[in-house]
Design a protein around this ligand. Structure first.
Ligand code: GTP
Ligand code: MG
Length: 398
């Protein structure tokens, strides 16, 4: 966080400052900075909550939706807002912020500063946000529509266009979910496998009680964790679960059954096995799969991507590594030494297919409505008309 604010920040009664970091003019992206005391309150009023992670929000004013804005928290009182670079969008967003800052006059000053830059070199610091938007631009929806038109001209069918549109809506919804920190990861496995210890290590502070008594965790506990691999970082909701075993304890059984029911809502399942308790640690995947079959979970694992995690690998000879299986990845990890935790996060991001999602246009709600019309189109002429409309429209950066 850069505090105190730079001298050229524009002041206002709440003491938060607003400025536009990108140069004046039409551009793919405009980035503005909201910082200083009270910036978090302004952000809460703008976005509904104070985002802790890079978050995509639909920002509204009285007259309707202004834009889908990428909010990048850079400190408790410091945010970047990435929006479409159209002049009107920028002006509307500044006006909205000024209203929330209780200083309508700031609009004129911020826009005037922007039009007559003394210093404005592009200062966008959030590489990932820029990359995401830039790729969205490069693979924009208008371009997508033109590709579909070419495909139709070459004799392709509208059924294929509809299928592509459906896929685009699903992939984009997935990316919005990721950006909103709504990806759900569950830790399941036998009692005492080390699920809670792994969750606590990942989180950096205790989320669940751990002990060598099997059945320690009774409830399903959920916390937000960061999943990091290289440049990529997302927020996700990690759920620690009660270890699955035969039990006469009514409460424990209810906790287990309730939890199994929610596995279908997960986006990644981590099947945790104590590596010292299995007969062949190198074939962890196969052992984990056998355990899942024994507990009737094969349907759940067929529906949700899963990773076999062998815990307590600090207790094994360091030279051994797990054999990978075509059924899915296997990772050894330790909540004692932290070994394997980075590899585990890389695998999570890989099975979520985020890099692949980033290669396609990110669409906002208005655009997804248009695509839904296309998907529901009853005639080829209707599909072509919607494609014409999308390909010729000024779709901004997306
Ligand atoms: N050496 C070593 N011990 C571990 C590791 N992870 C967990 N343990 C120990 O294994 C025991 C069980 O750990 P928990 O995290 O409570 O296991 P759990 O899977 O949550 O167990 P339940 O809640 O009963 O299902 C505890 O005594 C931990 O200290 C590890 O990576 N290395
Ligand atoms: Mg536990």
């Amino acid at each position: 966080m850069s505090w105190p604010p730079k001298a050229d920040h524009t002041a206002n009664p709440s003491n938060a400052s607003l400025r536009i970091l990108t140069p004046h003019g039409m551009a793919a992206i405009a980035v503005m900075e909201l910082s200083g005391p009270g910036a978090d309150h302004v952000m809460a009023a703008l976005a509904g909550t104070i985002p802790q992670m890079v978050t995509l929000r639909s920002i509204k004013a009285d007259e309707g939706v202004i834009d889908e804005v990428l909010i990048v928290p850079r400190g408790s009182d410091h945010f970047e807002l990435h929006c479409h670079g159209g002049l009107l969008v920028v002006e509307k967003l500044v006006r909205r912020l000024a209203h929330l800052m209780n200083d309508e006059a700031i609009t004129g000053r911020v826009l005037e500063d922007w039009r007559h830059p003394r210093r404005h070199l592009p200062e966008v610091e959030t590489l990932w946000g820029v990359q995401m938007l830039a790729r969205a631009h490069a693979h924009g929806l208008a371009k997508w529509a033109r590709e579909q038109q070419r495909m139709l001209d070459a004799g392709g069918g509208c059924v294929e266009v509809k299928r592509q549109a459906q896929w685009l809506c699903t992939a984009s919804a997935g990316l919005h979910r990721v950006m909103d920190g709504q990806t759900r990861i569950a830790l399941i496995g036998p009692p005492n496998a080390g699920k809670s210890s792994l969750a606590n290590f990942w989180l950096g502070h205790p989320m669940s009680v751990t002990s060598d008594v099997p059945g320690t965790t009774r409830d399903w506990v959920e916390q937000t964790v960061r999943v990091i691999s290289g440049d990529l970082e997302i927020a996700a909701r990690l759920t620690d679960t009660a270890g699955l075993r035969q039990t006469t304890d009514q409460l424990e059984r209810l906790a287990m059954e309730g939890g199994i029911g929610t596995l279908a809502e997960m986006h990644v399942i981590l099947l945790v096995m104590d590596i010292t308790q299995i007969s062949d640690p190198q074939h962890l995947q196969a052992e984990a799969w056998q355990w899942a079959i024994h507990h009737g979970l094969e349907d759940k694992l067929a529906a949700v991507p899963w990773i076999a995690v062998g815990t307590k690998c600090d207790l094994l000879a360091p030279s051994t590594v797990p054999v990978q299986s075509p059924r899915g990845p296997a990772v050894w990890a330790s909540a004692q030494s932290g070994l394997g935790m980075a590899a585990l996060q890389t695998q999570v991001l890989r099975v979520l297919a985020i890099p692949q999602m980033l290669c396609h246009p990110v669409i906002d709600t208005t655009q997804s409505e248009r695509l839904n019309h296309l998907i529901l189109g009853t005639s080829d002429a209707e599909v072509r008309a919607i494609l014409d409309e999308i390909s010729s429209a000024d779709m901004g950066i997306f």
